[in-house]
Design a protein around this ligand. Structure first.
Ligand code: NAG
Ligand code: NAG
Ligand code: NAG
Ligand code: NAG
Ligand code: NAG
Length: 753
């Protein structure tokens, strides 16, 4: 909590580890800093932020900070203020998806000694002209900026013919994809004196002849999906032939636009002698033989892109040796494709589709592949086909045994993205189904951090909209587990009447059919857990004739103690709600309870006693049924509890409590010893079973005072006193190991007595 910005310099020493390890301290710190940036900043008069610390951040950390902010899409006119001035120095700046004005850009970034800038996908009111002229205003940047990425931006907002690239004389690598970029712009760029690498994929260039101006420098050229090209194939090949220093050429397509350039290129013998990497993914009429012949003439070749082509199936092109291949034929090719094409949705989809087939045969956990799936999913959140194929792949990559070896962090990312996708495509049942299937794993539900409230909402909605038996079983199973992990407020919010009605309906159907199956049991668990310390849910239960229904359940399954256990556990929750207690004063119900109290099954007897104790604790006036019955219940309660085994640790846990709050009013009920007896018995049971959890709970909730009151009261029943003191002993032992909370420490006295 006590964390200063400068401490990041120290933390930077802890380098990032593989995804199997926990997040690095640097990542955690950067995330905390960015999530709470205002706390570490003051505000300038113009509303922008300024870091408080006077010390400087190391430049590498500053770059990472900016990158983290960009990743979480936190860059706006206010937040980029922290990069003004000289407190922070940037070198490799990533401002992807920043939503800032041209003026903010200039003030925050153009005075740094930048050698790289990635401005992909910034907001629509900043143009490439704004960015380039901003950079060009700094002499140092003009000469030293080496790498500039301007993908998916607008060229100019006002004057389409405004050109300014020629200022950036140091530029070696430029990427300007998905931009309406024309031949004239290409002329300007091709004249940059040091340009070696150029990506003009999906631009409006119709003629690549201007590239001849840099033919002696250009080493890498990407022209994926150059859809407007008007040149003939021989003309294109003629230009390419002259780019004789090229070692990387990408002329891939997305299969919609057919070009025979790749086929013809493969036939050329004397072309591109220095080539080591060729991408022709998505091209038609490509054969293994043609590719092999081409590669064999150039023994230095290291990569061929063949995804979404008919090639890549021969042994030579398997991708297993030194020659890397992106494709769909095997897992290695698919991984390569996902690594290279994560920004191209068409290829991502294609690779996921191929991956899905592969996952059906996978027998071992593959974190590195799941990681690639995550990147593809994250990059194309609004592409339904990507999300659907990704969800199917992640499911098969994590199914059953396989999730055990998957790093928690990856599982957490996948669930996060999947929940987002479900939110973006609320009508997509298959997506929801895959999400549900992924969630129904013990490991994920228990160990993986994700937004359980969002997930629970999804599952509950699902439950209401679908009839499919298998899915219903899964949904109630998941909700019963999720419910316990939510706060009381969240449970209340989640337990809209609609959902409770739905759950009650399932109970009713199953009861009518006399069908005890897992869905039935999970539904009872879900209702039990959802009513725990949630007065709202309990009210919905009562308002929708839950009590009548549950009485019928008890009648229909008179000898099934597992059902009785859950039913009575839930009714216990209802009995704890003061304003609902009168609703339970129903003669048939009380008669039934008094019978169940005598059950030989401890859990049945225990929960019946709990309901009775709660109802009795309200005193004589609140009792609306026969007083004779009340008296006999009081006696029965006390004598029954004494017959139970001492609540020893070996016994299975009867219940898991969110807090011990429901017990305190019962401990204070000095007029009826049976009520106190039930409460101390229950508390001793859980404290002895899971001391770390419940002793701490008892201390933190201030519950010890109630136990001291019992200890000091001369009216206390001896049985109550005995168990009460045993709990106090357990707590003492616990504190010996875990320390005494501050407020319980004896005040220091001066004398040494
Ligand atoms: C190509 O770029 C345009 C913007 O110029 C964009 O709208 C479109 O989605 C891009 N197409 C592909 C296949 O990336
Ligand atoms: C992969 O998932 C699909 C459904 O998403 C399923 O039909 C198939 O059986 C799964 N494969 C394996 C091996 O689990
Ligand atoms: C219910 O969920 C738990 C935890 O995810 C799982 O272990 C159990 O197999 C599921 N049961 C059924 C019948 O789906
Ligand atoms: C929640 O349900 C589970 C499964 O039935 C049960 O073991 C647990 O005690 C319940 N907890 C609460 C507080 O309702
Ligand atoms: C019990 O304690 C009360 C004070 O709390 C006192 O007035 C009363 O005399 C005591 N009774 C006995 C029997 O000690």
């Amino acid at each position: 909590r006590e964390f200063s910005v400068s401490s990041l310099s120290l933390i930077f020493i802890c380098l990032q580890q593989a995804e199997a390890s926990p997040y690095s301290l640097l990542d955690i710190s950067l995330k905390a800093l960015t999530a709470d940036l205002e706390k570490f900043c003051t505000e300038r008069q113009d509303g922008t932020l300024c870091l408080k610390e006077s010390e400087r951040l190391p430049q590498e950390v500053a770059d990472r900070l900016l990158q983290t902010m960009a990743f979480h899409e936190l860059l706006n006119d206010g937040t980029v203020g922290i990069f003004r001035g000289n407190q922070i120095r940037l070198k490799q700046a990533c401002i992807r998806k920043a939503k800032i004005s041209a003026l903010s850009f200039r003030k925050a970034f153009c005075h740094h000694k930048l050698i790289e800038l990635d401005a992909t996908g910034m907001n629509a009111d900043i143009s490439i002209a704004d960015i380039v002229s901003g950079l060009g205003s700094n002499k140092w940047i003009q000469q030293n900026l080496q790498c500039l990425v301007l993908d998916s931006l607008r060229l100019s907002l006002t004057n389409p013919y405004e050109r300014c690239f020629n200022q950036l004389s140091g530029l070696r690598a430029l990427s300007i994809t998905n931009v309406r970029f024309h031949n004239e712009d290409l002329v300007e760029i091709a004249s940059l004196p040091r340009l070696e690498s150029l990506d003009i994929s999906n631009t409006s260039v119709t003629d690549i002849t201007p590239l001849l101006a840099c033919k002696d420098r250009l080493k890498s050229l990407s022209m994926h999906y150059l859809k407007c090209l008007t040149m003939t194939t021989p003309q294109v090949l003629d230009v390419i032939r002259q780019l004789k220093y090229l070692n990387h050429l990408d002329i891939s397509d997305d299969q919609q636009f057919t070009s025979d350039i790749p086929v013809s290129l493969l036939e050329q013998k004397d072309i591109l002698p220095q080539l080591v990497s060729l991408d022709i993914s998505g091209s038609k009429y490509i054969t293994d033989e043609a590719v092999e012949a081409f590669v064999k003439q150039r023994p230095a070749m290291q990569f061929v892109g063949l995804l979404a082509t008919d090639a890549g199936y021969s042994e030579f092109l398997s991708g297993e040796g030194n020659l890397k291949v992106s494709g769909g034929a095997n897992e290695i090719q698919i991984s390569e494709a996902l690594k290279r094409y994560s920004e191209r949705s068409y290829f991502v989809k294609e690779a996921f589709f191929r991956l899905f087939t592969q996952t059906c045969f996978m027998r071992i956990t593959k974190p590195e592949i799941l990681k690639l799936v995550i990147v593809g999913m994250r990059n194309h959140p609004l592409d339904l086909a990507v999300q659907l194929t990704a969800s199917a792949c992640s499911l098969n990559l994590t199914r059953q045994g396989l999730s055990a070896g998957m790093p928690v962090r990856l599982l957490s990312d996948v669930i996060h993205l999947l929940l987002k996708a479900v939110e973006n495509f609320p009508e997509q049942q298959q997506l929801q189904k895959n999400c549900l299937l992924l969630l129904s794993s013990v490991r994920i539900l228990q160990d993986v951090p994700f937004n359980r409230f969002e997930a629970a909402k999804l599952v509950m909605q699902w439950l209401c909209n679908h009839e499919n038996q298998n899915m219903q079983r899964m949904a109630v199973n998941i909700s019963s587990i999720l419910a316990l992990k939510l706060s009381s407020e969240q449970t209340a919010q989640l337990s809209a009447e609609l959902y409770i009605v739905e759950l009650l309906e399932i109970v009713e159907q199953k009861t009518n059919l006399n069908e005890v199956d897992t869905t039935f049991m999970f539904t009872l668990s879900a209702l039990w857990n959802l009513t725990d310390e949630s007065a709202t849910t309990c009210r919905h239960f009562i308002d929708n004739q839950g009590l009548e229904l549950f009485m019928r359940v008890l009648e229909c399954f008179p000898s099934d103690s597992a059902i009785q256990h859950k039913v009575l556990g839930l009714l216990n929750n209802v009995a704890e709600v003061r304003e609902l207690q009168s609703k339970l004063m129903w003669k048939d119900f009380i008669d039934c309870l008094s019978e169940l109290l005598c059950s030989a099954e401890i859990e049945v007897s225990f929960f019946s006693a709990g309901i009775i104790a709660n109802l009795l604790s309200r005193g004589e006036q609140a009792w609306t049924l026969s007083q004779t019955q009340r008296k006999s219940l009081i006696e029965q309660l006390h004598s029954t509890i004494l017959k139970w085994p001492t609540p020893k640790c070996k016994m299975v846990a009867l219940v898991a409590y969110r807090s011990l709050n429901p017990f305190y009013p019962l401990l204070d009920c000095f007029t009826i010893s049976g009520v106190q007896l039930w409460a101390v018995w229950a508390m001793q049971h859980v404290c002895c079973k899971t001391p770390a959890r419940y002793c701490s709970m008892l201390i933190e909730e201030g519950g010890l005072q109630h136990l001291y009151d019992i200890k000091e009261n001369n009216q206390t029943d001896p049985d109550v006193l005995r168990i009460n003191n045993e709990i106090l002993d357990t707590v003492e032992t616990h504190m010996m190991y875990y320390g005494r909370p501050k407020y319980l420490k004896k005040p220091q006295t001066k004398s040494n007595g």
